[in-house]
Design a protein around this ligand. Structure first.
Ligand SMILES: Cc1cc2nc3c(=O)[nH]c(=O)nc-3n(C[C@H](O)[C@H](O)[C@H](O)COP(=O)(O)O)c2cc1C
Length: 257
């Protein structure tokens, strides 16, 4: 991100100090009625550009300008809660392709998701042609581990490691890579929301994520860069199952102090 820097146009700046007030790094000061950055070093979170009433603050080096917010984006809390309540993991998929435009929107949701220190360390591997090959690599690992799991878990004994154990013949799998796992997981959750809004069903394949992080061979096949790991694996497709009601859950376990 070194090709970006915060620029303040002194002609348009009215010295209101809103940019300085939002800067979490305290890296902007207002002097003689004009805002200016203190250090070059910056996490480039962009809050200063987002808050400026005069578009005086910009960050150089991006292809696109910030998008002006029209009106207020309002979500109905009950509807949001229902999206969460009625979301179910999908493991049965229709043999129907996902349009590229939908896929791109899901990926955009992932890359727009906030990251710690604005690291923007999250990247995506969309498995299409290579899906079966990497799935079979994971199948081989799990087949080797299964006898050990069977010793301790009756549930493991009940389950076979079949050849679609990880991806359930879904049309698309997105492997999310990140330096900080939390960043990748947050991206995954937002991607799931957008996928659901498009009528897709989603499975978080934790088993594939574990296999990939165990296996150099899978990491090589996925071209995982040095310093990154697999944070989450999203298995996506149009659902081949319809859920009719919510699933029961424990009440919130909360302590007020
Ligand atoms: C991080 C994570 C990893 C998961 N990994 C798998 C997996 O590898 N295979 C699988 O069949 N389900 C997996 N699941 C699905 C959970 O089993 C499922 O969310 C849970 O049983 C609750 O069901 P629901 O999602 O329908 O509410 C995973 C879920 C999460 C959140």
């Amino acid at each position: 991100m070194s090709n970006h820097s915060v620029t303040i146009d002194t002609a348009s700046c009215i010295g209101c100090g809103l940019c300085a007030g939002t800067c979490a790094a305290h890296n902007i000061e207002v002097k003689n009625g004009k805002a200016k950055t203190i250090l070059e070093d910056c996490v480039l979170c962009g809050q200063c550009t987002a808050v400026c009433p005069r578009e005086a603050v910009t960050i150089s080096g991006y292809d696109a300008k910030p998008i002006a917010k029209k009106g207020t984006v309002r979500l109905d809390p009950d509807e949001v809660l229902d999206v969460i309540r009625f979301r179910r993991t999908v493991r049965q998929f229709q043999k129907k392709e996902i349009p590229q435009s939908v896929l791109e929107q899901i990926l955009e949701a992932g890359s727009l998701t906030h990251t710690a220190k604005n690291m923007q360390d999250v990247s995506f591997v969309v498995l299409d042609k290579e899906k079966d090959t990497v799935e079979q690599m994971a199948v081989r690992i799990f087949k080797r581990l299964k006898p050990i799991a069977d010793l301790f878990s009756p549930m493991a004994r009940l389950n076979k490691i079949h050849k679609h154990f990880f991806f359930f013949q879904a049309p698309v799998v997105i492997v999310i890579l990140a330096k900080e796992k939390t960043n990748g997981i947050l991206a995954a959750q937002n991607m799931e929301f957008v996928a659901e809004a498009h009528g897709l069903g989603v499975l978080f394949s934790g088993f594939f994520t574990s296999s990939a992080n165990l296996s150099r061979k899978i990491q090589k096949a996925l071209q995982v860069p040095k310093g990154k790991k697999v944070a989450a694996t999203l298995v996506l497709g149009y659902p081949g199952v319809k859920f009719l009601r919510s699933a029961q859950r424990e009440k919130p376990d909360v302590k007020y102090m």
